[in-house]
Design a protein around this ligand. Structure first.
Ligand code: NI
Length: 200
């Protein structure tokens, strides 16, 4: 692979999650079905949204979050496939998860070129809680995208990074991962999920 994420990640070397925890929209919210609009203005509002989305993602915790999932129909997603989640036991016996080793990534207006080779990987989604299923994706991809200053980058991705970028990019096109499954499997899982959601 020619272009790795390493150089791009340097921008967030001393990152610590801070900001607001935003509401995550759950399937079948209409905003999750919309094709998101390109981002044209790279201002402080955009930076604030990126930081809040990262904080929301770590808080969940999840490894990726797309703007439509927090109700913003714009072409942006955040991701971290590297951070550690350790269960820590306090003096009073309660446990909490401590996060460390952050490697946040922000993708704005991404464009993906896919390889023919396929991989199968189990996916889940903060907008479809409790549902996990194997999804077939392209093994390797090249992504062209902008950072929050509007500068263009190109990276090559494989393994989890590739799968995760394709999952998040689907959100920008109004597609959730269950729609990548066979009709039979999709209908079964959606029925189960909606039934459980109604009960809550
Ligand atoms: Ni998702």
């Amino acid at each position: 692979m020619k272009n790795t994420v390493a150089a791009y990640q340097k921008a967030f070397e001393n990152y610590q999650p801070e900001g607001k925890v935003l509401d995550v929209y759950k399937y079948p919210s209409p905003v999750l079905k919309k094709v998101a609009k390109p981002i044209l203005e790279f201002d402080d509002n955009l930076k604030e949204l990126c930081l809040n989305m990262l904080h929301t993602m770590y808080h969940a915790p999840g490894i990726g979050l797309a703007a439509p999932q927090v109700g913003e129909s714009i072409r942006l997603f955040v991701m971290d496939i590297d951070f550690n989640k350790d269960k820590v036991t306090n003096f009073d016996g309660t446990t909490e998860s401590k996060l460390s080793n952050f490697n946040p990534l922000i993708f704005i207006n991404p464009e993906i070129t896919k390889s023919d080779e396929q991989v199968v990987h189990e996916e889940g989604c903060l907008s479809v809680p409790g549902v996990y299923e194997d999804v077939k994706r392209s093994a390797e991809i090249t992504v062209k995208f902008q950072d929050w200053d509007g500068n263009s980058h190109t990276i090559d991705a494989d393994k989890l990074l590739s799968v995760c970028i394709q999952h998040e990019n689907d959100h920008l096109d109004g597609i959730i991962f269950l729609e990548r499954l066979s009709m039979l499997k999709r209908n079964l899982l959606m029925k189960k999920y909606l039934k459980k959601k109604k009960k809550k």
